[in-house]
Ligand binder design. Sequence first.
Ligand code: URA
Ligand code: CA
Length: 434
Amino acid sequence: MRMVDLIEKKRDGNELTKEEIQFIISGYTNGDIPDYQMSAFTMAIFFQGMSETERAELTMAMVHSGDTIDLSEIEGIKVDKHSTGGVGDTTTLVLGPLVAAVGVPVAKMSGRGLGHTGGTIDKLEAVPGFHVEIKNEEFIKLVNENKLAVIGQSGNLTPADKKLYSLRDVTATVNSIPLIASSIMSKKIAAGADAIVLDVKTGAGAFMKDLDDAKELAKAMVDIGNAVGRKTMAVISDMSQPLGYAIGNALEVKEAIDTLSGKGPKDLEDLCLELGSYMVFLAEKADSLEEARSMLEKAIQNGDALKTLKTFLEAQGGDASVVDSPEKLPQAKFKIELTAKEDGYVSEIVADSVGTAAMLLGAGRATKESQIDLAVGLMLNKKIGDQVKIGDSLVTIYSNNQDNVEQVKTKLYESIKVSPSPVQAPPLVYATIK
Ligand code: URA
Ligand code: CA
């Protein structure tokens, strides 16, 4: 086989075979196929697309380009959740304990990464003593005992995707549905998921700003999952404004505790119940989505969800008393209110620029070397559709440094619009794909 012939085949809109796709992915991973040929190939995919079969083959070729995690010693169906990313998305912190409380095994591999706030591990480290430096055997034992454990990313997972994603980033080929879908699905499958629930975000703060694009991506990922024997479902949810109120690490831990106690923001609770019922259903712990949802509602009401959170934190060295005394979480020195300058209704809270404001405070990393401040962040006091009067607080800023508060305030005033006439709140879930 010659790479040039395969580039030509795709360029002319023909379907590649399994062997051809494997040849390309293994050749690229081991360095036999150079970046310039791979660039031409991804551009050909960008224009010609890929068939359903090709997408599934590409995904599995990337899964097999590196290590895969074996979770077979964990009893039950391992369901993983993936979100395409947003601002102040506290769902992972809530969903882990929530679905574990009804018996779904959650073996979560997480990272730190760059962004508006830290990753799941950074957030959990706001709990004094909590750590993810546990051995694989310990991780598996904890999931079997408590149904929930979190471990840091290890091993050489999907090296083909890492290399390909960096190449796509500099060759204008990130934005291709078959390439995005196979990239995301390969990582979940390599991490050991038997079934997958996807939260595809749409709106100003999302990667897929347009609803039709979000639907197409969700459908592409569901088709790949089902084609390779991993039952997959997707929810398309709103990210035109941040989810919940909290954007920041300790603040989101507190928000997750509130939500698991049934006292959290309505939108966050609703989305967690929606995604959670899919997880419970795919784990075969309920016969229908309705039954799954009522099991989760019950776990919140009877305290099981909160109890699962405490057991989980304690098992990984964390001080579980933060659940009853959240003031033990890192606290910021200054609390500053951002007040409304006019009467009206909140019409816009541009999620990604609000996220950038949180990052300016130190809640997230701009570069790999940046230090995170777990205490700082933002609490939204109003959401789209809410009425406001001059002087009402729109946002509470939690800061440890007064030097850049003016810059943060300017950024927030630019991101939050108030309109004189009433505004309809956006829907939370636009569509589901099963
Ligand atoms: N996120 C991913 O993981 N992969 C892509 O290709 C795009 C977004
Ligand atoms: Ca939030």
